[in-house]
Design a protein around this ligand. Structure first.
Ligand code: SF4
Ligand code: SF4
Length: 324
């Protein structure tokens, strides 16, 4: 082989390597772009939903709760009834109010939760819940993050079912007298969304309420601070471990109309989906389980377009933008 020929072959090989490197770099950049686009879109939906569920702006100025007819309706997310802007009721609050009253079961609240759960499942947590959005934003704060070992994480996930059963369902009933009057235990002693969206704005505007705030309010603030700090360090920590509404929707997630799907034939095993998942899931195994909040980050991150999502009435859509 002549020297000139050898040189030409070497140049071709190095060109091929460079163009393969450029291709991989372009693909990685297009994935990052796709993720940024997806997250901007998701934040927009979250903001619109928060504004819609809390559309009574005058309530924030007056420090008064909206009491119009829409308050009879449940919203599909953890949005406090006592938030001055709230146009509807939180289903968890409504469930406890009824459980602690004389009528122990509200078929209306149960039916509403079943409807939301069957159609959307935890898509509601990923896209519509204002407290989920607050946690997403807090996790963006550039501080070192805590990685919970997978075994511990799996055990802690069951806590939210305990919160649902003990604080939402049992305690309001057990503390009720013959005429009702049981406390809404979750709202009263735990709910950080209630303190942030309801308690604090009302107290800021109302001198009388401020003077009467005692130990209970301090306790609720301590819970709120712990949850908000937790959200800075552990992504979606309240949704993962404590949210009773997340627990309800997790029961429906597997059967909901909205689903996500993995195309194993396309998957190249790069685990980029795992790195993108805010719920710290083993995405390829747990995508269809109860814990996935359907945020779509794994789908946006996947370089092989192996993850699809959609309502099951039609074909589940795969990501194709990066390929087009
Ligand atoms: S599996 Fe995907 S859609 Fe589900 S929570 Fe994780 S990143 Fe979001
Ligand atoms: S990111 Fe996509 S290709 Fe990579 S492991 Fe996850 S599903 Fe498979």
């Amino acid at each position: 082989m002549s020297r000139m020929h050898r040189d030409r072959l070497t140049t071709h090989a190095s060109d091929d390597r460079n163009s393969a490197g450029d291709g991989a770099q372009n693909h990685a950049q297009s994935r990052q772009k796709e993720m940024r686009r997806h997250e901007r879109f998701r934040l927009l939906i979250q903001l619109l939903a928060a504004a819609f569920f809390n559309g009574y702006a005058a309530g924030f100025l007056k420090g008064k709760i909206f009491t119009g007819k829409t308050k009879l309706l449940c919203v599909p997310v953890l949005n406090c009834y006592a938030c001055p802007g709230a146009l509807g009721s939180c289903p968890i609050g409504a469930m406890q109010a009824v459980a602690g009253g004389r009528h122990r079961v509200s078929f209306y609240v149960l039916g509403t939760l079943m409807l939301f759960g069957t159609v959307c499942g935890r898509l509601l947590c990923g896209f519509l819940c204002p407290f989920g959005m607050i946690q997403d934003l807090l996790y963006r704060i550039p501080l070192p993050k805590l990685k919970i070992p997978r075994r511990t994480d799996k055990i802690l996930r069951y806590l939210k079912y305990a919160v649902l059963v003990i604080f939402v369902l049992l305690m309001p009933v057990l503390t009720a007298g013959p005429l009702g009057g049981g406390d809404p235990w979750f709202c009263k002693y735990v709910c950080p969304a209630g303190t942030l969206e309801g308690g604090i704005p009302l107290l800021l505007k109302n001198e009388t309420l401020r003077q009467s705030a005692g130990f209970l309010f301090s306790w609720k603030c301590a819970v709120l601070i712990a949850v908000l700090l937790g959200a800075v360090l552990i992504s979606r920590c309240f949704c993962r471990y404590l949210c009773p509404l997340g627990a309800v929707y997790a029961l429906f997630n597997r059967f909901a109309l909205y689903q996500m799907q993995l195309d194993s034939a396309r998957c190249i095993g790069c685990a980029k989906c795992d790195a993108a998942c805010p719920m710290a899931l083993d995405v390829r195994k747990e995508l269809t389980g109860g814990e996935c909040i359907r945020c779509g980050r794994c789908k946006a991150a996947c370089p092989a377009d192996a993850i699809g999502s959609g309502f099951q009435t039609g074909k589940i859509q795969n990501q194709t933008k990066s390929q087009s």
